[in-house]
Design a protein around this ligand. Structure first.
Ligand code: FAD
Ligand code: EPU
Length: 318
């Protein structure tokens, strides 16, 4: 059964109604999740954007004083057509540390702290150009750093956890830094404390040669060539041990299967794509169709606001 992701409640803070004065450094808007996710489906939610890194602790205390979820680049999320009731917390542009990375690469630093909204494609591009190795396997992952750490994003050429030395978390109402080894990273998995928000991560910058790093990148690029280019949330299912979900879906003859505006991609069986008009209901129904053929497959996506997706009737009722 695909279990919808639970929202978080911070039991450590006194619940308040944020006044406009208290919201300085925060921007609160009601926004459609379809505009905040790469799959492009999902209804409205109250989005709390944290904008001031100098007041991070205070702003996160305010943002977490009601049930919440955390949004990165929205590239692994299926959100319900009815939206979600919880607050969505995201980090604004001030949490993009690409300039900090540039300075660290210029100084040949060995480690650097980067904030949660730093775009992964920018990290990959810059490290490759500098001849720093370890990030090549993350080519093509359209995440921001916080989401890449939370999911331990990667490919068979390397994962986020390979280059992490420490992570900063907002947990139980305060910021703390923990060694990456505390988070027991595994395939598409990080063991985060309940309700933890990743605010920054310290990555290792290991020097190599530009030629070697470029050669690694070319390998990853060619492995990704067969992936669809239209709206998706990447692979829908995790690979079973020693197998490929995409291959199993392909062998079951399911490529091209369509529900409304959602389709199993012709290029790769593990991608469900939005042809332009897909709803969460369409996507969810398709997800379940696959699972009637291949019940062993476990979704990789984080499912927000939809009820348990077991059996088609219950599945997409929201
Ligand atoms: P989101 O999708 O926004 O969130 C994902 C999860 O992380 C949610 O549970 C969210 O609550 C949590 N989260 C996000 N930020 C934080 C934070 N700061 N603190 C705590 N929790 C947080 N993935 C791969 O692993 N390998 C691939 O090769 C790959 N290819 C892809 C290709 C395409 C075209 C697309 C669209 C997706 C692909 N993905 C891939 C999936 C996706 O990019 C990854 O899962 C990525 O790590 C999600 O990061 P995000 O920033 O978009 O997080
Ligand atoms: N295959 C088929 N038919 C298909 C798809 C794949 O026969 O429709 C075969 C391929 O020919 C190959 C094997 O299955 O022999 C594996 O396929 P591929 O190399 O495409 O890798 P994958 O296991 O399907 C994984 C990750 C991707 C990542 C690629 C990078 C998972 C679930 N998927 O895909 O990650 O980009 O490797 O090579 O781990 C994601 O997690 O969102 C994601 C896209």
């Amino acid at each position: 059964m695909a279990v919808p992701e639970a929202a978080h409640t911070n039991t450590n803070v006194v619940h308040t109604n944020a006044t406009s004065a208290k919201r300085e450094g925060l921007r609160v808007d009601r926004l459609p999740l379809r505009t905040l996710t790469t799959l492009g489906v999902g209804g409205d939610a109250e989005v709390w954007e944290v904008r001031d890194p100098t007041r991070l602790q205070t702003l996160l205390e305010q943002a977490t004083d009601a049930p919440y979820r955390v949004l990165g680049a929205g590239s692994n999320i299926l959100a319900a057509d009815a939206g979600v009731l919880e607050r969505i917390i995201k980090f604004g542009r001030a949490f993009n540390s690409l300039p900090v990375l540039d300075a660290a690469l210029a100084r040949a630093d060995r480690h650097v702290w980067l904030s949660a909204a730093t775009p992964l494609p920018g990290i990959v591009r810059r490290t490759v150009s500098a001849g720093v190795t370890g990030f090549e396997g993350l080519l093509g992952v359209p995440a921001v750093l916080g989401g890449a750490v939370a999911m331990n994003a990667g490919t068979r050429f390397g994962a986020m956890s390979d280059v992490l030395s420490a992570v900063e978390l907002f947990v139980d109402g305060r910021l703390e830094r923990v060694p990456a080894s505390d988070l027991a990273f595994a395939y598409r998995h990080a063991t985060l404390p309940a309700g933890a928000i990743i605010t920054a991560a310290q990555v290792r910058l290991q020097a190599s040669s530009v030629a070697d790093v470029q050669a690694n990148l070319t390998q990853v690029d060619s492995a990704r060539r067969g992936q669809p280019k239209v709206k998706s949330a990447g692979c829908a299912f995790k690979n079973p041990p020693q197998d490929s979900a995409g291959k199993l879906i392909d062998q079951a003859g399911l490529k091209g299967l369509r529900v409304g505006g959602a389709m199993i991609a012709l290029e790769h069986g593990n991608f469900i794509v939005n042809l332009g008009t897909a709803t969460a209901h369409d996507v969810c129904t398709l997800l379940e169709r696959v699972r009637t053929h291949l019940p062993e497959l476990e979704p990789e996506w984080r499912i927000w606001g939809l009820p348990s997706v077991e059996g088609e009737d219950a599945t997409c009722a929201a």
